[in-house]
Design a binder for this molecule. Sequence first.
Ligand SMILES: NC(=O)c1ccc[n+]([C@@H]2O[C@H](COP(=O)([O-])OP(=O)(O)OC[C@H]3O[C@@H](n4cnc5c(N)ncnc54)[C@H](OP(=O)(O)O)[C@@H]3O)[C@@H](O)[C@H]2O)c1
Length: 320
Amino acid sequence: MTVSVGIIGARGYVGRELLRLLAGHPEVEVVYASSREWAGQALGKVYTEFAATPISDLVCEALGPEEMAARPVDVAFLGLPNGKAAPFVAAIEETSPQTCLIDLSADYRADPAWAYGLPELGRTAIVGAKRIANPGCYATAAQLAIAPLASLWQGPVTVTGLSGWSGAGTTPSRKNDPEALRDNAIPYGLVDHGHEAEIAHGAKTAVHFTPVVMPFFRGLVALVSGRIVGHADPGKLIEEAYEKEPFIRLIAAPAEPAAVAGSLRADLSLPVCAAEGDRIVLSCALDNLLKGAASQAVQNLNVSLGLPEGLGLSVPPPSG
Ligand SMILES: NC(=O)c1ccc[n+]([C@@H]2O[C@H](COP(=O)([O-])OP(=O)(O)OC[C@H]3O[C@@H](n4cnc5c(N)ncnc54)[C@H](OP(=O)(O)O)[C@@H]3O)[C@@H](O)[C@H]2O)c1
């Protein structure tokens, strides 16, 4: 079985990780990589780490929606900024609806016509799906921590997300400016961040979410704090939920972003309970570009097509 794959947004941080993973996937052939800025340049030249890989000579193209749809593939990944996917989706619907679309943006995560692609919290909808919305990076970490205790939370769960600046993408802004971040941290989106509703919907509980950009490049940690009632051993529920999940590692100490940078797994700390009262705190760290985006998207490709979920996901960590 050879799965033909196309990537829109190949110049982006997520596109780069997708290319790296898919180049090493034994059942995948990457047939196009779209970037307007890099059109005409070979991937092995713009990304030197790809020089000795099967995609080295693949030349970037500037594919608009119609041009993309006229090049039917089995699976197309959309790694565009938020709000840009709709014309590409419409063109695929019109011309090659059989293509499986995996959208990395926030555009379809609340759309019931799309499968929400967080495999550890539900694979049934992803199997055979042709439209898959890949979860947000903070939202993945927070939901992995909150969901196993879903029925126990009392009142809103507070989530603070601390992320490396690659989470802000390649378009220059203060949030990805190493100078602005030197010896600094930048809180933003203090209320009503898009991931707040995404977390609340997926984890089925009210959530207050606040993100902070940190001065490191990749990795994030979500600190999850709230009150639970009705269970003497919440850690046991978490262990039972994830005992068979290869991409989740349960740890006793608080999770740290550096421990998962370049890794395909999420580290989830078992709950710490306050000495008095019913408050607990958990933490979940993952690489925002991998389990928070690209490697989760490859899990989704595999689940959708009926391949082993971990196929192509044992490649060495990135060099950069
Ligand atoms: N970064 C993360 O940690 C992360 C985690 C989870 C999800 N996501 C989501 O994944 C998506 C990609 O994120 P990213 O960080 O990789 O973004 P990025 O670094 O800003 O890359 C965006 C890509 O889209 C292309 N692009 C921009 N505007 C376009 C347009 N109008 N038409 C066609 N192509 C366009 C850009 O290439 P050209 O300009 O060369 O065409 C570039 O390849 C975003 O929706 C983001 O929210 C990101």
